[in-house]
Design a binder for this molecule. Structure first.
Ligand SMILES: [Zn+2]
Length: 476
């Protein structure tokens, strides 16, 4: 079993992507690149959740056809991924007819197992989350924690429900035993305590009228549309052929890892494994849950007007420098902050001075002394074991810390050795050592800063090592 099937959360494409989306893309991409270096057959899926009420409302506000609306917003997500050097194997859209077939098959399997029933329901619904909340789950203003300032809607209708309550013991065992491994550990505890409070069956359909005739039809009941989560989570399966391409599906399913943000933990750690179990399908192996980004210490919001467009930063600096900031400055298990001031500080200290400076000074020494590194270099040359250990725990900031420690070690070593005073064999040996270390560093940078890694490898494995343009020109 050499496959590694990886997904990142399926964004709602009701607006352009912000820097939080960039962060998640980059996290998943580091895992993708790292697993490829380990010679895995990696398959990475992302996609667009297009069937929610939020989409319809946003499209209506703009007076655009929903399909055109999701087309143009989805394109922005793809552009961002491309600029960030994030490569998907598949981008699956909720409006894809094959996805519709696939979600209906999932429904039929759960129904055949007796886990879907119809009942009258009345509850408080958050359109932002596309979910019902019990009043004790809301804040003091009666609003959900993900969407403060947005009133919930009281909704009464006849819906289909999924028998989640039946899976309480199953889920407890699944998560306690790490058969579904939740990282970080405090998210595992959080999930177990949520399950312990008791699980309620949840609504998985809504009336065609309320869904505004948009979404996947419930099999055998054209008056009902499959409700967001049941349908959206299934994008992870429909994108690899569930229901229409058994060969690809059997090759990659189950997912080795779902990468998600903390706000959708419950849907992935509780709803999703229960649905799959009910349908008699294999379960994903792991969840990695990251925190959220604030901007200058404040929650990002259109009302505050502090939504950061990652495309702007990439344009002004570089794709790798944005990747570096998101990976190094934000502790991946927790929330983090983006600020322009901090971005410039980190850029100048670590990229312009730290890495860029080391590369420039060694290249200059080599050029001056006409030194070339003739040994054969494998680009797969090892990732430092300590850094690899951190990547496997998704602690990218720690992995980068290890690499940057090596950078400053070599810098220090050069200062002590003063190679500019050396000659002949002693000089040759010194340069050989620096170049070898730099090549190892470049190999280590592959999952994190792919463009930079490639440039350094090209420069230092060339027939003649020459000084090149600064990798990261200082920001003044
Ligand atoms: Zn909400």
């Amino acid at each position: 079993m050499n496959k590694y099937y990886l997904t990142s959360a399926i964004p709602y494409v009701n607006a352009a992507p912000h820097i939080g989306h960039a962060q998640e893309f980059v996290y998943a991409d580091v895992i993708r690149r790292f697993q490829k270096i380990q010679k895995k057959d990696v398959y990475y899926l992302c996609g667009a959740d297009e069937n929610g009420l939020k989409i319809i409302r946003a499209a209506e506000e703009k007076g655009i056809d929903p399909l055109k609306f999701t087309d143009s917003n989805g394109r922005k997500f793809l552009d961002l991924a491309e600029k960030l050097q994030v490569e998907f194997n598949v981008w699956q859209r909720g409006s894809n007819p094959k996805h519709h077939l696939s979600s209906q098959l999932l429904w039929k399997k759960c129904a055949a197992n007796g886990d879907i029933y119809k009942k009258n329901y009345s509850g408080l619904y958050c359109i932002g989350c596309e979910t019902f909340y019990a009043s004790e789950e809301l804040d003091e203003n009666g609003e959900c924690f993900e969407h403060p300032g947005r009133k919930l809607e009281k909704v009464t209708e006849e819906n289909y429900f999924f028998r989640l309550s039946k899976y309480q013991d199953f889920l407890t065992e699944l998560i306690t035993s790490d058969k579904l491994k939740i990282t970080p550990d405090f998210r595992k505890k959080e999930t177990l305590s949520f399950i312990k409070q008791g699980l309620d069956d949840f609504s998985i359909s809504r009336s065609r009228a309320r869904a505004k005739n948009w979404g996947v039809e419930v099999p055998g009941d054209p008056k009902q549309i499959i409700y967001v989560w049941f349908d959206a989570l299934n994008i992870y399966q429909s994108g690899i052929g569930f229901g229409y391409d058994e060969k690809t599906y059997n090759k990659y399913w189950p997912a080795n890892l779902h990468v998600i943000g903390k706000g959708i933990l419950r849907f992935h750690a509780v709803y999703w494994p229960a649905i799959l179990k009910s349908a008699g399908l294999s379960l994903p192996g792991a969840l990695f849950i990251h925190g959220y980004l604030t901007v200058e210490g404040q929650k990002m919001s259109k009302t505050v007007g502090n939504v950061v467009d990652p495309m702007e930063i990439i344009k002004n600096y570089s794709s790798d420098s944005v990747r570096y900031y998101l990976l190094r400055e934000i502790p991946s298990y927790n929330d983090g902050d983006y600020s322009e001031r901090r971005f410039k500080e980190v850029y100048n200290a670590d990229l312009a001075n730290g890495l860029g400076n080391l590369i420039a000074r060694v290249a200059k020494l080599c050029e001056k002394n006409k030194f070339a590194f003739k040994a054969k270099v494998s680009k797969d040359a090892g990732i430092y074991p300590e850094a690899a250990g951190f990547i496997l725990e998704y602690r990218f900031n720690e992995a980068l810390r290890i690499i940057w420690e090596k950078i400053s070690e070599i810098d220090k070593h050069i200062n002590q050795e003063t190679p500019w005073k050396l000659q002949g064999n002693a000089l040759d040996q010194a340069l050989k050592y620096y170049v070898k270390e730099i090549i190892t560093i470049a190999c280590n940078l592959q999952p994190f800063l792919p463009q930079t890694s490639e440039k350094i490898l090209e420069q230092f494995t060339a027939a003649a090592i020459t000084s090149e343009k600064s990798l990261f020109p200082r920001i003044t």
